[in-house]
Design a protein around this ligand. Structure first.
Ligand SMILES: C[S@@+](CC[C@H](N)C(=O)[O-])C[C@H]1O[C@@H](n2cnc3c(N)ncnc32)[C@H](O)[C@@H]1O
Length: 305
């Protein structure tokens, strides 16, 4: 059995480092890493192709028919032979292209993935981890309301989690300035306690349901804030500090749902950073993954209670 992992653009090294510790890498096609054996956990994979098969074909039409005979929807990840690969994709039902208007559920029908390896040989997997073509989640963007584009990664995290704050729920947004996440949470009707050492953009600070605390997120104790339904953090800090903050909140029992960005410094995280990231990922029920809208950072999500 094989598994293929698609690295996010610019983050192939991170994925290779992660996979190299756990499994045997057989081949690398552009950003697509093929390994032997079953899937392992890979935070840096934008999409995982489970049990991909090599399929020989005689013509463009034959390739499209072979894929259609397996299932309806296929996303092309083109690495080589782009024109020929596109011709095959054009003979298949169109996938993607429709932007998601948040909040909305991800597409429910399965999307397979394929790539050409040679003119008459493709690698194809009918079963992939992401419901979006190549793991690329595109939203109908709001270019006026939010103070930064950071809200897109929050929308993506909530879409993939299949949950979002409901009207009236109490949300703590740590490291909130200039206010993209606070805006997104307020739009959902949540009561937002927005915390940063820097101020919010004026229009966000004036929104109903938003209260701003000019504070250091790390000295704000759960006891002082009281129960919250969700804790969000986009604070720039070492992973270890985030782990301590999250642990404090988990131990307090005052919050059960978390979406936190794990900020990374250099290209290769040090031992302490790796340990903290692993510890976050080991918190039962949680996930650590690189979102399509993440930069050099990961997102830790826990939905409990
Ligand atoms: C990436 S920005 C957050 C962007 C924000 N989520 C948005 O949607 O606009 C990171 C923020 O963390 C804040 N920050 C860094 N250290 C902090 C601390 N100790 N306490 C509170 N905020 C902090 C910075 O001031 C900065 O505004």
């Amino acid at each position: 059995m094989k598994t293929a992992y698609l690295a996010p653009r610019d983050f192939l090294d991170e994925l290779l480092g992660e996979l190299g510790e756990q499994t045997r890498i057989q081949a690398v096609h552009g950003r697509l890493v093929v390994t032997t054996g079953p899937a392992v956990s890979a935070a840096w994979a934008q999409n995982v192709w489970f049990d991909p098969k090599e399929l020989r074909f005689e013509s463009v039409g034959g390739a499209a028919r072979a894929l259609r005979s397996i299932q309806r929807s296929w996303a092309l990840h083109s690495v080589v032979l782009h024109r020929r690969a596109r011709l095959i994709a054009e003979k298949l039902p169109k996938v993607g292209g429709r932007r998601l208007a948040f909040p909305a559920s991800p597409p429910s029908s399965p999307i397979g993935s394929f790539t050409l390896l040679e003119p008459d040989l493709m690698l194809a997997s009918a079963n992939c981890s992401s419901p979006f073509p190549n793991g690329e989640v595109e939203f109908v963007e709001d270019r006026e309301g939010p103070a930064s584009r950071a809200y897109l990664k929050l929308w993506e995290a909530l879409t993939l989690a299949g949950a979002h704050p409901k009207p009236g729920e109490r949300c703590l947004d740590l490291g909130s300035s200039p206010g993209g996440w606070t805006w997104a949470l307020q739009q959902l009707g949540a009561q937002v306690i927005s915390v940063d050492k820097s101020p919010l953009a004026d229009p966000i600070a004036r929104l109903p349901g938003v209260s701003f605390l000019k504070r250091d997120a790390f000295t704000l104790t759960p006891g002082a804030v009281g129960p919250v339904d969700w804790l969000f953090s986009d604070v720039i800090c070492y992973p270890q500090r985030l782990l301590e903050l999250v642990t404090r909140w988990l131990d307090s029992g005052l919050c059960g749902k978390f979406v936190c960005t794990i900020k990374l410094q250099g290209k290769a995280p040090g031992v302490q950073d790796r340990h903290a990231i692993r510890s976050l990922g080991q918190i039962p029920g949680s996930t650590v993954r690189h979102l399509y809208h993440n930069k050099h950072e990961l997102t830790w999500t826990l939905l409990a209670g």
